[in-house]
Design a protein around this ligand. Structure first.
Ligand code: BES
Ligand code: ZN
Length: 589
């Protein structure tokens, strides 16, 4: 009786979920989902079945064939992983029906007031289940090692549109409201279960792509992502066929906690990627790449998370290389290296959390989320690619996906496959140190490009006190500007901050990737003219990537420490649970 995943109570020997048929109703007044789910299992169950839950109300557990036959169940004591639902006396059953409801403070679900939406008229609900939050939506074996297909019947208030990360079978009006049906024919892990309900419109923007968003922002969103077909072509050239039929995009209200989330058939996106100039579309490239590295070949546990994210960053940059050229791809890599160095410095270079393969017993994966699995994973794969040469590596990539598609994979299994397919990589790359060592090994791949040199040149001039750089930065793209701001210290003189603002128009920028680094400098340097902008930004945007550095900068400056706490207190109810917890931790330090 072993548990393969430290973050789930799943015991494969007891039986594993194969299919779930959900019958749910969204109740916006009470901010809950209620109803029942029918579970099919891969084999006859053992006497006892354990499922992961968190903040769920369980009403009953019954036989699916004879509903009057009820089974005994109990919710174990709450731990940091939630509450295990233990069902007993179920030996031999192949199916079970569980009646349950979520609670208003479900960790995965964000119930938004109309004021938190673009239209300000209708409420909205969205889900974010990665990493271990699906258990706060429905009882499940909440491990990326368990894959199931599903059907959903979802009743929502009349006139509301429901979307899910699966095929939509349309809707019909009933006495209770509007009934939406969905079907997911491919087996997916629970963390990819996703839904959103609100005033949502849509428009076709590509061969396989519809964009979904509130009507108020649909036009802008559609324009920003019109390049999606070319991305798909590039991705298929790297990985092989796209199997998920549709690649739709849902642009969320601003409180969505991530930049993007690769929910199958329907990527969820923060509106902060709509910069008005297509400069942040790499987030879509990234989520698209997850259709292979993540959704087809899935990390077996969150300790193998680098397999999802490292591979996906590799693919993201390879696609961008085809679309924008090698120089540009290298520029992204250098920005990534910055983020990696920061993450390593934050944990400490000897911290076990800087390993690719981590030991997360006792840690919630979301609490230790960082750029390490992304950027260190990426660098490791580039090291292997450079060691064996591109052609060989590209063949390996296709083979890898084909061999492990619809499977969940451990780091060890990956390394075995690598050893079998590309043994020579082990002669040139210190694989053991890359995967199990802390910090960064000596043989880190470096990146070169004129685009980078141009920026570094101006950085040197700026640091030498030269301020007349308008001409030099005129032709820079957004990624170069990001690199430049990254290279500057956080604490600057007020004159410097104002010069940067004039140079790049940062205070009014729609581009959060530029605006936020500047706001961080302003916060760290007690630059009062920006306080109002900071307050406004933190009150609107819920994306952890921006909130964390900004609150950190405010909190670490004695002048603005109080302001951080005050703003957080005012606006925290608008944040997703994940962002709220992350900020609370920063403000406690
Ligand atoms: N799957 C992740 C988001 C995630 C990771 C959610 C872990 C919860 C737990 C997604 O693919 C992602 O990495 N998004 C990035 C964007 C990207 C361009 C690196 C983000 O949201 O910033
Ligand atoms: Zn990702």
């Amino acid at each position: 009786m072993t548990r393969p995943d430290p973050h789930s109570c799943w015991i494969p020997e007891d039986g594993t979920i194969k299919h779930i048929h959900f019958h749910l109703t969204a109740d916006f007044k009470r901010r809950i989902f209620f109803g029942f789910a029918i579970y099919d299992f891969d084999k006859p169950l053992s006497d006892t079945l354990s499922l992961d839950t968190r903040k769920l109300n369980i009403k009953s557990v019954a036989s699916t064939d004879s509903p009057e036959q009820k089974y005994e169940w109990k919710l174990e004591d709450e731990t940091s992983l939630g509450q295990t639902l233990t069902i007993s006396g179920v030996r031999g059953l192949r199916a079970l029906t569980i009646h349950f409801s979520t609670s208003p403070d479900s960790d995965a679900l964000q119930w938004l007031d109309p004021e938190q939406t673009a239209g300000k008229q209708h409420p909205y609900v969205l889900s974010q289940c990665q990493a271990i939050l699906a258990r706060s939506v429905f009882p499940c074996q909440d491990s990326p090692g368990v894959r199931f297909t599903y059907d959903v019947e979802l009743t929502v208030p009349k006139g509301f549109k429901a979307v899910m990360g699966s095929e939509s079978l349309g809707s019909e009006e009933t006495e209770q409201g509007t009934l939406w049906r969905f079907h997911m024919k491919h087996a997916i892990p629970s963390y990819l279960f996703a839904l959103a309900i609100g005033n949502i419109a849509s428009e076709k923007i590509g061969k396989k792509t519809w964009i979904y968003a509130e009507p108020e922002i649909l036009k802008d969103a559609a324009w920003e992502f019109t390049g999606v077909d070319r991305m798909l072509e590039c991705a298929e050239a790297i990985f092989g066929e796209y199997v998920w039929d549709r690649f739709d995009l849902l642009v969320m209200p601003p409180s969505f906690p991530y930049g993007g989330m690769e929910n199958p058939t329907l990527t969820f996106l923060t509106p902060t990627v709509i910069a008005g100039d297509r400069s942040l579309v790499n987030v879509v490239t990234h989520e698209l790449a997850h259709s292979w590295t993540g959704n087809l070949v899935t990390n077996a546990t969150w300790e193998d998370f680098w397999l999802n994210e490292g591979w996906t960053v590799w693919a993201e940059r390879r696609i961008l290389e085809r679309l924008e050229g090698e120089e540009s791809a290298h520029l992204y890599s250098v920005n990534g290296r910055h983020a990696l160095d920061e993450a390593i410095a934050d944990f400490g270079k000897d911290s076990p959390l800087t390993r690719l393969k981590t030991d997360l017993k006792g840690h919630d994966p979301d609490d230790v989320y960082s750029q390490i699995p992304y950027e260190k994973g990426y660098l490791f794969l580039v090291a292997v690619e450079r060691a064996v040469g591109r052609n060989k590596f590209d063949d390996f990539v296709k083979k890898y996906i084909d061999r492990f598609k619809f499977q969940s994979l451990t780091t060890d299994a990956f390394l075995q496959f690598l050893k079998k397919e590309l043994p020579e990589a082990f002669d040139k790359v210190d694989v053991e140190t890359w995967v199990h060592g802390t910090g960064l090994p000596a043989d880190v791949p470096a990146f070169q490009s004129k685009l980078i040199d141009d920026v570094m040149d101006v950085v040197r001039k700026w640091k030498a006190g030269q301020r007349d750089i308008k001409q030099a930065v005129k032709s820079w793209d957004v990624t170069q500007k990001r690199l430049f701001l990254n290279e500057l210290p956080l604490k600057l003189s007020h004159e410097e901050i104002s010069t940067l603002d004039k140079l790049f128009n940062l205070a009014d920028s729609r581009n959060s990737e530029l605006k936020v680094p500047w706001l961080c400098m302003a916060a760290a340097s007690s630059y009062k003219p920006a306080y109002g902008i900071i307050r406004e930004f933190l009150g609107e945007v819920g994306r952890g990537k921006f909130l964390k550095p900004l609150y950190k900068a405010l909190h670490e400056n004695p002048d603005t420490k109080k302001l951080a706490a005050q703003i957080f207190d005012e606006v925290k109810d608008g944040y997703h649970h994940l962002s709220r917890v992350a900020i609370e931790r920063i403000l406690e330090e």
